[in-house]
Design a protein. Sequence first.
Lengths: 321, 295
Amino acid sequence: MQRVASLQAVSYSERSRSGTVAFLVMVALLLVAPTVIYPLFLMKVLCFALFACAFNLLIGYVGLLSFGHALYFGWASYVSAYTAKAWGFTPELAILSGAATAAAFGLVAGALAIRRQGIYFAMITLALAQMMYFFAVQAPFTGGEDGIQAVPRGHLFGLISLADPMAMYTVVVVVFLACFLVIYRIIHSPFGEVLKAIRENEARAISLGYKTDRYKLVAFVLSATLAGVAGGMKAIVFQLASLTDVYWAMSGEVVLMTLVGGLGTVFGPVVGAFVIIAMQNYLAAFGQWVMVIQGSIFVACVMLFRRGVIGEIANLFGIKL
Amino acid sequence: MFEIFGIPSQALFGQLLIGLINGSFYALLSLGLAVIFGMLNIINFTHGAQYMLGAFCAYFVLTYAGLNYWFALVIAPIVVGATGVVIERVFLQWLYKLDHLYGLLLTFGLALVIEGVFRNYFGSSGLPYRVPDALQGGQNLGFMFLPNYRAWVVAFSLVVCLATWYLIERTRLGAYLRAATENPTLVRAFGINVPRMITLTYGFGVGLAALAGVMAAPIYNVSPQMGADLIIIVFAVVVIGGMGSIMGAIVTGFGLGVIEGLTKVFFPEASNTVIFVIMAIVLLIRPAGLFGRGT
């Protein structure tokens, strides 16, 4: 993994200050943005930003590459869409039930995948996700190729209508910021320090008496749950759950977002999600070339700048972001 | 006509044959992945795209040069293998010292580029490729009809797999390879050009994928996404077998193909997922894989 050695010299207060400033800048941008940018686009970015942050919790802080995160994102979006549409759940309950589903899947898939290390871990998560993709194709409630359409946005807590884009945007921003802070808290907790120790040297962490498998599993479930929140929220915002969200290409996209923004940086996945979603939006006219461009970005990131956008900036200024 | 477990024998043996054919491709592809992983410590995500390139190479050679299947069987692995050598020199050689996830990400990106380009020019629908004249028709075995071409695919891929096993496990070159897998520095100290060996190993593994692609062309259509979903199944096969053993990769490949074929007969709904379910069970019982050593 790419690490920024010079950071160790920076004092703790200085590090946390740059993080706080960056956070406040992000909040300010989110407040101003809807006056300049189309809110639906912003909400899409935020859903994927949360998805990428959840994914980054695993790759960036435990060193586990899950190539099957579409499983949690996509299935949560199905469950949220279904409960909101068929059972009349309010949006917050629909998103929570999606997240709970993702947590349950994460527990099972995580327990299986952590039985193998390194490259096998990536292959197992990918294979399990593909299995659940086939289930989604066949299961009656997912609607097959059509997906679940016309999902009602409903009323938050049964009171506030989310049909208005600004109301919906506010909810998305609040959920995103709350989850972002949760992730920040996890990373900077004693638990997070153990995760980083596992990333750096798992054998050493075991010899120090940590049950690393349990830590890895908890991190996996947390990551899956947060990915589920992102997926459920996307289903409510776009009123649609479809096969695209559970397909392996989606797993690849979240890896790309995180890689572009910077693996193991707190703000990287947010920037990465913005860059990739914006690119897809503006290059949609090029059809299949988007796939080629995404592939080229993968290659360029791996060959030329493995730190990602935020990682490079942090390195340049010797700060932690 | 007779029945086995209430299933007409035609259907049963027909699906078994399809299982063996799929198994041949699983075996050839997982063999290539195992050989590449052994030397390069990289999981070659581009493998599916290179299988597709093999099939397209056969198609181009036939359409633009008029060279038939038998030429394609030789030309495609060499041409696609050569592109593999270029990929190794330009990209992969810089990644060996990094975490192996970068190898996976890079080859994933390359797969997207290759598949995207082909989709752009050839769309999603497949192009037909004729079964070669010498292998037209089939044999009536009494209990089933066996198309000649399919028999050829199973037999030939078995020969290629066993030849690869012999090359790696029984020859001097194979001994160098295995030694370099264990301890490249020491093998270099004995005066063997390990970097060149790594490059050629990648080319060889990619060539195997292309060979599988040529064989697949007359059975499935030649289409840009023919390798994309297949590679994920092959990953599951590799997890089940473990990449430590060449023979293990071959046996697992054929075995899983047959099991998948049988599932199509007895429980068709599960035929897409059976290999993944087996993977989960193997992980529970033998985490290192059936033929794996350690992790």
